[in-house]
Ligand binder design. Structure first.
Ligand SMILES: C[S@@+](CC[C@H](N)C(=O)[O-])C[C@H]1O[C@@H](n2cnc3c(N)ncnc32)[C@H](O)[C@@H]1O
Length: 225
C-alpha cells in the first residue's frame, strides 16, 4: 500500500482557503494506486486543480520523484503555494502553475501528457454560483460546478484528446449528477476510450473514478507479459 502523502505542514488556516483532502481525494488516490503498472514509466504528469498537492505527491511516489515532470495547475494562489510545500515536504518536485485549467501550458504540452488528473468542482449548483466562484471565490472554486456540476469539467474535456500522449491516461472524479456514462460517450466521440474504474459511496456522495486513454492502449499494457 502506498502511503498517503503527508500534509501535516498545512494548517487549519491553510484549509480555510484551500480544499482539504477529503473522500473524493482519497478515492482518486485509490484509483491511481490500482493502476500502478499502467502509470509506472510516465514522464509528464499534469494535475489540474491540485489544491493541497496531495494527489500529485502521491503520483510522484508511483512514478518516481526524479523520473517524471510534475506540473500542477490551480486558479487559487493559496493552492499553488500549498502544492509547492506538499511537494517539498514529501520530496517530490511539484511545479505549481497559477492558471485557468491548462491555459499557461497549451499548446506546448500537445500530445505530451502521460498522466492527466482532475478532481474538479463537481457539485451541481446554479451556473451563476459557479461563475462567481471561478472569477472570485476562493474555497468555493473547489466545489461549485454549475449546471450538472459540469461547467468547469466540460471545458477541460475539450482539451483532453489534444493533451494526451500515445500512452496517456486521464483520471477524472465524477458523481452521478455529472452523468458519468454520458461523459464516456462524449469522449468516445472525441476518440478516447473511457471506463469507470472505481465507485465508492462516501456519505451522500457516490464517487466515481473515470479513466480515459487512446483506444487499445490499456488492453495492450494489460496483456503485455
Ligand atoms: C475538489 S478540489 C480538488 C483539490 C485536490 N486535487 C484534491 O483532490 O484534494 C478542486 C480544485 O480545482 C481548483 N480549480 C477550480 N477551477 C479551476 C480552474 N478553472 N483551473 C484550475 N483549477 C481550478 C480549485 O481551486 C480546487 O483546488
Amino acid at each position: 500500500m502506498i502511503p498517503t502523502p503527508s500534509y501535516a505542514h498545512l494548517s487549519r488556516e491553510d484549509f480555510e482557503d484551500v480544499y482539504e483532502p477529503a473522500e473524493d481525494t482519497f478515492v482518486l488516490l485509490d484509483g491511481l494506486e490500482q493502476d500502478v503498472s499502467l502509470l509506472e514509466g510516465s514522464k509528464i504528469c499534469l494535475e489540474i486543480g491540485s489544491g493541497s498537492g496531495c494527489v500529485s505527491a502521491f503520483l510522484g511516489s508511483i512514478c518516481g520523484a526524479s523520473s517524471a515532470l510534475y506540473l500542477c495547475t490551480d486558479l487559487n494562489p493559496h493552492a499553488t503555494r500549498c502544492t509547492r510545500l506538499t511537494g517539498l515536504s514529501n520530496s517530490i518536485p511539484l511545479n505549481p502553475v497559477l492558471t485557468d485549467l491548462t491555459s499557461a501550458l497549451l499548446p506546448r504540452l500537445e500530445r505530451s501528457v502521460d498522466v492527466l488528473v482532475f478532481n474538479p468542482p463537481y457539485v451541481e449548483t446554479e451556473d451563476e454560483e459557479a461563475e462567481m466562484a471561478q472569477e472570485g471565490g476562493v474555497i468555493e472554486r473547489a466545489w461549485a460546478g454549475g449546471k450538472g456540476g459540469m461547467r468547469v469539467t466540460d471545458r477541460l474535456l475539450e482539451q483532453v484528446e489534444s493533451l494526451l500522449s500515445d500512452r496517456g491516461l486521464f483520471y477524472l472524479v465524477a458523481v452521478p449528477e455529472n452523468k458519468p456514462l454520458e461523459i464516456i460517450e462524449q469522449m468516445q466521440a472525441r476518440g478516447l476510450h473511457g471506463e469507470i474504474t472505481l465507485k465508492r459511496r462516501a456519505g451522500r456522495e457516490h464517487l466515481h473514478i473515470l479513466r480515459f486513454s487512446r483506444p487499445g492502449h490499456v488492453e495492450a499494457m494489460q496483456s503485455a507479459p
